[in-house]
Design a protein around this ligand. Structure first.
Ligand SMILES: [Zn+2]
Length: 207
């Protein structure tokens, strides 16, 4: 059996592809399938391999996948993601002046002993001023507004913003009774450790 590599990618449909190249099978699935039940993933694997080797597809496996893909919950999720992602592409971490992965890695070793797993990092599509940055737990992605990607934006500003989002990675949202505690005291205490906190907040206020 050739080695198999499976990747979940950001697609706006349940797109799946498979190919055999240089003795290696690589399959690409929509990240919307990442949380699918094991039986459904098994059916997908069966269908893809049958297609690749031009074998007959077991009708039960086919039915199992079709049922899942056309279920209300799944079609609703596809619609939601399509609306959110549109046909826009994932902008990615490389900006014109700052590279988010480089900034993340620097902060990670400076403040977190390099222990935080790096999520997907991306600049926002537009020059958003309402949402300067946020951590999307569902897609494990930190989005940073493009307004920070210009020479007039000091490095400490983008560092502070990313630092804040990294603290969200470290301190997941907790329930305090019936309330969600987004910035609990230990979060705030750690935020105070950022050396240029005052300057960064002043810059953000001016924005
Ligand atoms: Zn926050």
């Amino acid at each position: 059996m050739p080695p198999i590599q499976v990747q979940f990618r950001r697609f706006t449909s349940l797109n799946t592809t498979i190919r055999l190249r240089d003795g290696q099978i690589s399959a690409r699935l929509s990240d919307m399938l990442e949380g699918a039940p094991e039986k459904v993933l098994h059916a997908i694997a069966h269908i893809l391999l049958a297609k690749l080797y031009k074998k007959e597809i077991d009708s039960r496996e086919n039915l199992r996948y079709k049922r899942f893909a056309s279920s209300t919950a799944v079609t609703r999720e596809i619609e939601r993601i399509r609306a959110a992602r549109g046909n826009k592409r994932f902008v990615g971490p490389a900006g014109r002046y700052y590279h988010l992965e480089e900034v993340f890695d620097t902060l990670n070793s400076r403040f977190f002993g390099g222990l935080l797993g790096r999520p997907a990092l991306t600049w926002s599509e537009c020059l958003a001023k309402r949402s300067l940055g946020h951590y999307d737990a569902a897609h494990n992605t930190i989005v940073v507004s493009r307004v920070f990607d210009r020479p007039s934006s000091p490095r400490y500003a983008i560092e502070y913003l990313l630092y804040h989002e990294m603290l969200h990675l470290k301190h997941p949202v907790r329930m305090r009774g019936l309330r969600r505690s987004i910035h609990p005291p230990e979060f705030k205490a750690e935020e105070e450790l950022f050396p240029q906190l005052k300057e960064a907040l002043a810059f953000i206020r001016r924005l």
